[in-house]
Structure formats: structure tokens, C-alpha cells
Design a protein around this ligand. Structure first.
Ligand SMILES: *Cc1c(COP(=O)(O)O)cnc(C)c1O
Length: 420
């Protein structure tokens, strides 16, 4: 792209943007004068689609009007409610409907998935994560090791960037698995790293793990709604992601879960049970022996929180209208423009550590600040430019193609330059 560094050019890009109309379908936080904040934290909490209120209100109305009969009455009865989300969610991550369900929250799902896919033996028990894994994933994996009686020092293997580098190299993972694969039970890797924004080659990770009979799981918290991971074709065994980041479904909202079709009919997999993963046909016969459902639904435990699911249904309807392909096309252009403008600033006080190849990143750019000077982030916040600071020294900024504009990006970088 031959970008230009001017407000008029940024505004022209917005005029030419076929997705520009979407911004108006979101609530954009504003300052006291009524100017929109420059919101770059859709990677942390996505903004609220205006239609979400209507979706939640509908369920409140059904509850008011039907009480318990809301499970069967109304436009979207609660009994099969999670099924209304499945097709659209499956498309977002490139999966078959059988492979996907929305339930629980992310870390909970990682544990439930490890109940099935982390089956350590005395010889084969180690787990590989990225050295910069999100803390919740690290704690989850450590506690699984301990739960099975292993020592975390010995049981946890970190895939690290090389000295003096920020990003992971796939050949280093290959070397780890080649050397220690006989002792490794599971690879649990963040598909898009929360800190660097690096988008890893998920298919390659699956091949590397499977070559040594390791299970492969992917945390897609920073991938879902941001990149197209093609989960089915990637061959990974399982994945999970939250819906409050790029999927705009509200604080603490539920998680998506993927189990590959190859495991869909394996009733012998160890798993925890509740009435919601029991056969739908006989669920309410109550005195039935447990009969697990096929596919991802076979990992559910409880009847789900409908109000939270209503927010997800609203958001997924927007994604369905737009499609991941169109979003991704805009996203590459928008983040490319952001990168171009930052690189025009003549300074050595900041450095982008996210890969510059669009195939190796989503929309987020991670800006490393020299001497870990946190005051820069505070000054941005004082100007109503919402980014986040991640220890030790990074400002994460995510221009989200659903609602951020080229003008947002231009104004952000103009202020950043002044502050520097
Ligand atoms: C956001 C995020 C989480 C948060 O987990 P919750 O269980 O939803 O609180 C976990 N892991 C990663 C990689 C994340 O980005």
C-alpha cells in the first residue's frame, strides 16, 4: 500500500471503506465535550453493539411474560438457546458446527478440555506453553500438572524467543518437541500472543505436536474475531476463546470451545459430566444413566446463562452480516496504516515488536517503550486515547476493523508523536 501521512488521506480511506457504516452500530465512549474517545482496546474489552440491548431485553421480556415456560416459548426459547449461536461461531473460527459450543468462561473451559486431552503417564506428562503465555493459561497448566502429582519446574516447558529477540520461531518449537517429545503430553499455545500480537502457524504447531503423539490445544482469546484460524483444517485437537475481546459480547462473557471432529464420537474420552452433556432426547427423563452427546456439546455441564448468551447472539449476528473475510481485509489495511504512521515518527523511544508480515499478526500492534517509561501510556490515557500497558514495557493498541476508523488511527499517532 502507498499510504500517505495526512488527515485528508485518512478521511478518504474512511470514505472508501465499505465497512465504515459499522462504527455507527456501536456505542463509542465519549469525553465531556462529546468527542469520541480513541478506543484501541477491543483486544481487552470490545465495545457494545447498539443492538445488544434489544437482544437482552427480549429475554428479559420472555422471562417476565413466560417465567419457566420461556424455555419453550418466545422467539428464541432457552432450552436450545446455545444452538442459536453455534453456526455463526463455527464460521468465525473455521470449524464445523459439530465441533463448536459456547459455554462457561475461558479458563474453566481450558480445564475441562485438559480433563479430556491431558492424560499424563509417568513417561509422557510434560506440557509446552509459550514463555509469554497469558498468566491464566500458565496457572491453569501448572495446576493441572500439580493435580496429577507432577512438579511444575520439571513438567512445564517454555517455548521462548531467542536471546535479543521478542518473537517466537516455529523451528524452536520443532526442536523442543523433537528432543523431548517422548515426555511431552500436551502443547497448549496462544494462537495470537496477547503480549506481542504474534499470530502463530496453528496448523504447523498441530503437525509438530502430532508427529510425536502429543495433544495440541490452542487458546484463541486474541484470535477469535480477529484472524481466521481455520480450526478444522488446522487439525488441532481442541481450542477455547473468550467472547468479550474481539467478539464484543460484554465483560466476563462466555467462552467458545472447539473439539476437533476426530474426537466427536469418542465416548471413551475421560471427561466431567452434568445434565447438559447428557443426550438431549432423554435429558429430562431424569433417572437415565449418563449418555454423553457427540461433538463439542458433549463437554457442557450446566444449562447456560441466557442473558450473557443474548449479548453473544447479537454480536455474532453482526459478524455473520459482515463476514470474517471482509473484516480481515479491512483489518490488514487499517493496521498497515497504523504501522506506517508510527514508523514515520523519528524517534528511538518506541519500537513495534509485532511482526510486520500481515500473515503473522492480527490487528494489534505492541509498542515497546524504551526504559519501560510507563508515563507515555498515562499521557495517552489523559488524551482519551485508550490503550493498555502490559508489564514490563509494552503499550498494546488494537485498531478493530468493526468500529475503528482510519481517522482514529491518524489522530492517535498524531498525538503519540506530540507526546514523544
Ligand atoms: C483474556 C484471556 C484470558 C482470560 O480468561 P478468563 O477465563 O476469560 O478470565 C485467558 N487467556 C488468554 C490467552 C487471554 O487472552
Amino acid at each position: 500500500m502507498n499510504y500517505q501521512n495526512s488527515l485528508a488521506y485518512a478521511q478518504q480511506l474512511d470514505k472508501d471503506d465499505p465497512l465504515a457504516y459499522l462504527r455507527n452500530q456501536f456505542h463509542i465512549p465519549k469525553d465531556k465535550e462529546g468527542n469520541d474517545w480513541l478506543y484501541f482496546t477491543g483486544n481487552s474489552l470490545g465495545l457494545q453493539p447498539k443492538q445488544t440491548q434489544k437482544y437482552i431485553q427480549q429475554e428479559l421480556d420472555d422471562w417476565a411474560n413466560f417465567g419457566v415456560e420461556g424455555h419453550f416459548e418466545g422467539e428464541t426459547p432457552w432450552l436450545p438457546y446455545h444452538e442459536f449461536l453455534t453456526n455463526n461461531m463455527a464460521k468465525i473460527v473455521g470449524a464445523k458446527p459439530l465441533e463448536v459450543v459456547v459455554m462457561n468462561t475461558l479458563t474453566t473451559n481450558l480445564h475441562l478440555l485438559m480433563v479430556s486431552f491431558y492424560q499424563p503417564t509417568k513417561q509422557k506428562y510434560k506440557i509446552v506453553i509459550e514463555s509469554d503465555a497469558f498468566p491464566s493459561d500458565r496457572y491453569a497448566v501448572q495446576s493441572q500438572l500439580q493435580f496429577h502429582g507432577f512438579n511444575t519446574e520439571d513438567g512445564l516447558i517454555e517455548w521462548k524467543p531467542r536471546d535479543g529477540e521478542e518473537l517466537l520461531r516455529i523451528e524452536d518449537l520443532e526442536a523442543i518437541v523433537e528432543e523431548q517429545g517422548d515426555e511431552i503430553a500436551l502443547l497448549l499455545i496462544g494462537g495470537v500472543n496477547y503480549y506481542t500480537g504474534q499470530y502463530l502457524d496453528i496448523k504447523r504447531i498441530a503437525e509438530i505436536g502430532h508427529a510425536k503423539n502429543c495433544m495440541v490445544g490452542i487458546d484463541l482469546a486474541h484470535g477469535a474475531g480477529n484472524v481466521q484460524p481455520n480450526l478444522h483444517d488446522s487439525g488441532v485437537d481442541f481450542a477455547a476463546w473468550c467472547t468479550y475481546k474481539y467478539l464484543n459480547s460484554g465483560p466476563g462473557s462466555l467462552s467458545g470451545l472447539f473439539v476437533h471432529e476426530k474426537h466427536a464420537h469418542n465416548k471413551d474420552l475421560p471427561r466431567f459430566a452434568g445434565w447438559w452433556n447428557h443426550n438431549k432426547e432423554t435429558r429430562f427423563n431424569m433417572r437415565q444413566p449418563f449418555d454423553v452427546m457427540a461433538g463439542a456439546e458433549g463437554w457442557q455441564l450446566s444449562n447456560p446463562p441466557i442473558l450473557s448468551m443474548a449479548a453473544i447472539r447479537s454480536s455474532l449476528d453482526l459478524f455473520e452480516k459482515v463476514g470474517m473475510d471482509a473484516l480481515r481485509e479491512k483489518s490488514e489495511k487499517l493496521t498497515g496504516y497504523f504501522e506506517y504512521l508510527i514508523k514515520q515518527i523519528d524517534t528511538n523511544r518506541i519500537k513495534i515488536i509485532t511482526p510486520s508480515n500481515p500473515k503473522e499478526r492480527g490487528c494489534q500492534l505492541s509498542i515497546q517503550v524504551q526504559n519501560a517509561d510507563k508515563s507515555l501510556h498515562q499521557k495517552l490515557t489523559d488524551h482519551h486515547i485508550i490503550t493498555d500497558w502490559r508489564e514490563p514495557d509494552v503499550i498494546r493498541c488494537a485498531p478493530v476493523p468493526m468500529y475503528n476508523s482510519f481517522e482514529d488511527v491518524f489522530r492517535m499517532v498524531t498525538t503519540l508523536k506530540e507526546l514523544l
